[in-house]
Design a protein around this ligand. Structure first.
Ligand code: GLU
Length: 381
């Protein structure tokens, strides 16, 4: 795991996330020179044995140019049409640039909904493994034509973070048009300092990115930090680098002081915990008493039926729910019983489960292995 800059030399698998503003131009469409530069760098890394997967935006922006739909706000369906139009153009640019280096590319289009289904998650992971083993560069984008608002990744930074966990990358590098994360907005204050290494994405660090709307005029520093937080929790170090800088990927992995590096903590989440916390959508909420909240948060215990106060939502056995205690929502977990059974079990002691339901599968309603605690920061943002 990457815990200091010098560990970067041990990188075996890298995700490079490339934003639309770097790749496209509303006058010319794709910036071929940028694609060529990135392809050359990736080829250098491949030659050193580093496996690289690209998460690339740009489909909508390219489609806009092709459709001639510039300088106006697009409806969701128009954006989807642009993505459908722009995606092959985007892939074509990568295919051309990588073929100069004797490398092949492959397209993977994903939605968050795909990753919520365990089998599809594993299929995405197996397909990527097969491509890596064959020396091919997977290029991932969101499957924009089929997504509606609630199942969207929201942005490709988040897609990059989730993909980096799906493929077990060592590091994800987000290429943008600034040098990294600054302690203040460099546009307002020329003396603003770049942060070289960030150990924890605290509230203070989040605040450096400004409001969701401001973001230093880049593709959105807030969304980059949110993505970084998810990746590093799962054990994938993250970097923010300037995609206009020559040789930036190679320099970063050589440990040079460029961009901002977010280190992984010691307390890496398991894949299962990450899946519950970052991928699944809670289908209900269970209100629990102070004793149950304490047993879970401080004692690492399971949720027992006696600690439940109220059950909201519609869910089946095995689905994800949120837990709310006196201080607010603090955890998520997978239920051992369905919603009707859970309602019947509110306040019931574990020995009485059989008497109430007519059968007993588990003495807890959520087992501790299937519970994930939300961090304070996770709650706040
Ligand atoms: N998937 C979108 C595209 O390729 C971009 C989404 C984003 O940049 O966050 O155009």
């Amino acid at each position: 795991m990457i815990q200091v800059r010098t560990d970067l030399g041990r990188t075996r698998r890298l995700i490079v996330k490339i934003g639309s503003s770097l790749l496209t131009d509303s006058a010319v469409g794709i910036r071929m020179s940028v694609v060529e530069r990135i392809a050359a760098e990736v080829a250098t890394l491949r030659a050193k044995g580093i496996e690289v997967c690209i998460v690339s935006s740009g489909a909508v922006a390219l489609g806009r140019v092709q459709m001639g739909w510039l300088n106006r706000k697009l409806s969701v369906h128009e954006k989807q049409a642009c993505a459908a139009m722009g995606q092959p153009a985007l892939m074509n640019a990568y295919k051309q640039a990588f073929s100069e280096h004797g490398l092949n590319v492959a397209q993977l289009l994903l939605t968050k909904d795909d990753l919520r289904h365990r089998r599809r998650y594993l299929n995405a992971s197996n397909t990527s493994e097969t491509l890596f083993a064959a020396g091919i560069i997977p290029i991932v984008n969101e499957n924009d034509t089929v997504v509606v608002e609630e199942i969207k990744f929201g942005d490709n930074d988040m897609l990059g973070a989730l993909v980096s966990l799906v493929v077990d990358a060592d590091i994800m590098l987000m290429m943008t048009d600034v040098e990294g994360l600054f302690d203040e907005d460099p546009a307002d204050n020329p003396a603003a300092k770049r942060l070289s290494v960030v150990e924890t994405v605290t509230h203070d660090v989040m605040n450096m990115a400004g409001d969701a709307g401001s973001s230093f005029g880049t593709g959105g520093m807030v969304s980059k930090l949110k993505a970084a937080r998810i990746a590093i929790r799962g054990g994938v170090a993250t970097g923010i680098v300037n995609g206009h800088r020559d040789n930036v990927l190679v320099d970063f992995l050589n440990g040079l002081d460029v961009g901002t590096l977010f280190l992984c903590g010691e307390d890496r989440q398991s894949k299962r915990q990450h899946w519950i916390m970052d991928v699944l959508q809670p289908a209900g909420k269970i209100h629990v008493d102070a004793g149950a909240a304490k047993a879970i948060v401080e004692g690492g215990g399971s949720l027992l039926p006696i600690g439940m106060l109220q059950v909201e939502g519609m869910f089946d056995k095995g689905e994800c729910v949120e837990l709310e205690g006196p201080e607010g929502v603090f955890s998520r977990g997978l239920c051992n019983y369905n919603v009707d059974e859970m309602r019947k079990l509110v306040g019931v002691s574990s020995e009485k489960i059989e008497a109430v339901l007519g059968y007993v599968d588990f003495t807890s309603v959520i087992h501790r292995d299937n519970l994930v605690l939300l961090e304070l920061e996770h709650k706040a943002h």
